[in-house]
Design a protein around this ligand. Structure first.
Ligand SMILES: [Mn+2]
Length: 334
């Protein structure tokens, strides 16, 4: 899961489609108008608001992310959920191509407000699900090109993408598109792995190489990069030496065991300063006891309470994305 944070342009236009309620789905042309009206009227808001499970059953409706309206482009949105369903860059277990679909399904459990932080994102941001990048499951390099082009359009619409992966290869073309607009960005990277290999099996593009590629292309502001949760056996005694040599801060998983990460988060905020920041959260940063549905699991990882949510892999992913939405610029807090 990946989020990009920056200042927001709050202009917006009418949503073109919606699929939040099931009771009108047999009339597709009317459905979009009816759903749109329903979603807005329900809250009296000018923003998209997911239907509350107090009134619309969780198991009803087309499973968009958070049961938000679907629209085809990012036009008029402050933030958009977008899926990148690939696993052709993984070196071990496949399956991440089904990540976006599973996250959307589990996201029916989400609600509109954050009860811990009091964030109310749907009262201040226009958010929708804009579907998936049309990936090429037979060609990883072509998939990267498709991702880059899709994210260029999202960025040019002034919209912040909240990405559902997909294996970690996707971060490279996403950051290429981000870099074209914003230049080098800060990076908060939670992961069991540094993903800084130069080549794997002779290939430059894969889920273990994205941050090496990003550094090669000057896409990261290396003094504003932190990698958290790194662990597992290494190809060398200090597999994170390269990261530190670039100026990254490395926080290995053992440094996070048995304690709150609140003090670390304060340090990370100071490190990031006021520049643009990209957040990349590999679900394998969590211990596989909590999120086993991942490509390259490593034992002794972070616990859900250290990163907020809990549940199975896709449910955890859905909650993490909601947490990312809640910390975007200009979100209203009570
Ligand atoms: Mn990983």
């Amino acid at each position: 899961m990946f989020a990009f944070c920056r200042s927001l342009n709050l202009t917006r236009t009418v949503i073109s489609q919606c699929c939040a309620a099931a009771d009108v789905s047999s009339q597709p042309l009317q459905a979009s108008a009816l759903c749109r009206s329903y979603v807005r009227k329900f809250s009296g808001s000018r923003y998209n608001v997911p239907p509350s499970a107090e009134f619309v059953s969780r198991v009803s409706g087309i499973p968009t992310m958070a049961k938000l309206p679907y629209q085809e482009t990012a036009d008029g949105l402050d933030a958009a959920f977008v899926g990148v369903p690939i696993d052709t860059g993984t070196s071990n277990r496949p399956g991440a191509r089904f990540g976006p679909r599973q996250i959307r399904g589990e996201s029916a459990m989400l609600r509109a407000c954050n009860s811990a932080t009091k964030a109310a994102p749907y009262e201040s941001l226009m958010v929708a699900d804009i579907g998936d990048v049309n990936v090429n499951v037979f060609d990883l390099k072509d998939t990267c090109r498709r991702i880059r082009e899709t994210y260029r359009k999202i960025m040019s619409a002034g919209c912040i993408p909240l990405t559902m992966g997909g294996d970690h290869t996707i971060t490279y073309p996403i950051l290429q598109a981000v870099g074209e607009k914003h230049g080098p960005v800060g990076l908060i990277h939670v992961d069991a792995h540094a993903d800084t290999s130069d080549m794997i099996l002779g290939e430059k593009i894969g889920h273990g190489t994205p941050f090496k590629r990003c550094v090669d292309e000057g896409l990261l502001d290396c003094k504003r990069v932190v990698q958290i949760g790194l662990r597992g056996p290494g190809y060398s005694a200090d597999p994170f030496e390269w990261s530190r040599a670039q100026g990254f801060r490395v926080v290995q998983a053992y440094e996070c065991w048995f304690k709150s990460l609140a003090p670390l988060m304060a340090e990370v905020r100071a490190q990031m300063g006021s520049g643009p920041v990209y957040l990349s959260f590999d679900i394998d940063g969590l211990d596989p006891a909590y999120a086993p549905g991942t490509g390259t699991p490593e034992i002794a990882g972070l616990t859900p309470s250290q990163v907020n949510p809990a549940g199975n892999t896709a449910l955890t992913g859905a909650n993490l994305l909601f947490e990312m939405l809640c910390v975007l610029p200009n979100v209203k807090y009570y």
